[in-house]
Ligand binder design. Structure first.
Ligand code: DGL
Length: 238
């Protein structure tokens, strides 16, 4: 059981950024990754459809004997993690939420949150902003239409065109101090995004997910005690 893998899922390659952050902290664990490319993007899905998708991904990972499941997707977490926890009460889930707390804790005045439509419009995101925002701070919440899909193609030209379309309308880009990468695909285009916000620090939820995973595994005595680097297995739906 301790050797059983940590399951990680997303709509495609984005969640690999989370797997890497967790792997850095817990190198000896085994990992099984499921990228549901067939259902990419999650960000524009209706809630009823997204619920079915996340349940199927969970079942897939349970069949691979996952001892814990990381929802490596901000959209799926903000919109469906409570539903998942109710549907699979015996499973421990770790979610990935936009790093709004981390951004507000920097004390910066001008914060920009970039995410999918699903995340940007979710009540959980609104709640996170209200819980963490301090006097004098603004958190501008911008859905980036089509960006996760563009990143999924790995086509540099498509990614740049999309960034131009989404970001050129944002005023005072030079004034932005912190940009929250609120979708797990976005760190894969970090260097390109940085160019649009030259003075900003870019933050994401990877480290938070890694720390939370370690804490939960320790508390439930499920940490892998092996002294060797664990393995990774990747599966993608077509
Ligand atoms: N990477 C996911 C997220 O963090 C989903 C992107 C998408 O498929 O729309 O939101």
């Amino acid at each position: 059981m301790l050797d059983a893998p940590i399951g990680v899922f997303d709509s495609g390659i984005g969640g690999i950024t989370i797997l890497q952050a967790v792997r850095d902290l817990l190198p000896n664990e085994n990992y099984v990754y499921y990228g549901d490319s067939r259902n990419c993007p999650f960000g524009t899905k209706k809630l009823s459809e997204l619920k079915q998708i996340v349940c199927a991904a969970t079942e897939f990972l349970l069949k691979k004997q996952a001892k814990l499941i990381i929802v490596a997707c901000n959209t799926a977490t903000t919109r469906t993690i409570e539903y998942l926890r109710k549907s699979f009460p015996e499973v421990q889930f770790i979610g990935t939420e936009p790093a709004i707390k981390l951004a507000c804790d920097t004390g910066a005045s001008n914060i920009l949150l970039l995410s999918t439509e699903g995340t940007a419009h979710s009540s959980r995101t609104q709640e996170l902003i209200e819980e963490n925002i301090r006097p004098g701070q603004t958190v501008e919440n911008i859905p980036c239409l089509g960006l996760a899909e563009a990143i999924e193609t790995r086509d540099e030209k498509k990614i740049l065109e999309n960034l131009m379309k989404n970001f050129s309308k944002i005023e005072d880009r030079e004034e932005i101090e912190v940009v929250i990468l609120g979708c797990t695909h976005y760190p894969l285009a970090k260097a390109e995004i940085q160019k649009f916000f030259p003075k900003a620090r870019l933050v994401d939820g990877g480290i938070g997910v890694a720390k939370q995973t370690k804490k939960v595994l320790e508390a439930s005595k499920l940490l892998n005690k092996n002294n060797v680097r664990g393995k990774e297995e990747y599966f993608f739906s077509k």
